[in-house]
Design a protein around this ligand. Sequence first.
Ligand SMILES: Cc1ncc(COP(=O)(O)O)c(C=O)c1O
Length: 370
Amino acid sequence: MMSSTSSAAEKLVVRPGILDIEPYVGGESKLADGQRVIKLSANESPLGPSPRAIEAYRDLAGSLHRYPDGGSVALREAIARRWNIEAERIVCGTGSDELISLLCRAYAGPGDEVLQSRHGFLMYSLGALSVGAKPVFAPERHLMTDVDALLAAVTPRTRILFVANPNNPTGTLIPSSEIARLHRGLPPSVLLVIDSAYAEYVTQDDYEPGIELVRHAPNVVMLRTFSKIFALGGLRIGWSYASPAVTDILNRIRGAFSVTLPSQAAAIAALEDEAFLRLSREHNDRWQPWLTQQLAALGIDVPPSAGNFVLARFESAPAAQSADHALKQQGIIVRRVAAYGLPESLRITVGLEDEMRALVAVLTQWRHPS
Ligand SMILES: Cc1ncc(COP(=O)(O)O)c(C=O)c1O
């Protein structure tokens, strides 16, 4: 029985590119012996979601037999009000990950290239491979998105250019003027996707998440998520803002009911809770610079981060592994980023005060064993 099933499976033809995909491995959350963990590996907000979002989610427990509104109308209207944009140009999806996949499906295929920067977010290259397109990586300068290098890597086959700003896992940000320059240098046949997953954490003045560019350019998409500052990663809600033409394409291929009923309600409630959002931002404003300074004092280099995480750069890959091991021994899980071409680095999410102090204490002991 087994052998006939497997020989049947061997006859199935998998599309080009799929077997080149290494399945995405998210930040770890458990340790072998089940000890209490401090999870700083997935850029989740340590304060969790707004209590109003949790309440809205719970309120729908009695309605789980109902399909959600497939068009996420109320959620799109809430997003539109908050950012002063048009609801008709928004598409909601199962996390921004789904929208990344949809964009690749809609605009790239075999023979096409999907461009990103060297240490850009991995989902872009996975999305490209899954549709048979070729991921292309442009070099960065000092771990920063390099506009000139990206423009130099554009070829007649380039279909999509993904830029996360701030970028994950480096945390680095380029000013809006640079994003505008990037857009000006692109042929109109290339879709520029500005992934602003961490926009709400940015404090720099010369930053704009992409709304202005989308408003005026038909070949720009901005992606946003409820997984980061709104702390609803477990519910999987993301959204895009794009031209009417791109929005129409996404609406044709998206899942009919891709955002669940309680997810839509929780996201709307989270949006309305300004005070909680402020609290989450203030927490990051305080503890992200603190973490950066403490790591620097231990001789661990940290590129300036505009997000709710930092990239801790050790002197070598073995040093990063050894630090990771020391942290794990004490139940602290951070993110290895070798898959991003950064084997000498660990990405550390900003956690609660006691979690930050515990992490620094372990690294201090690791650096200066007593
Ligand atoms: C730059 C960037 N884009 C998108 C995502 C995915 O977000 P979502 O949870 O909405 O799929 C992440 C999550 O880590 C991210 O860092």
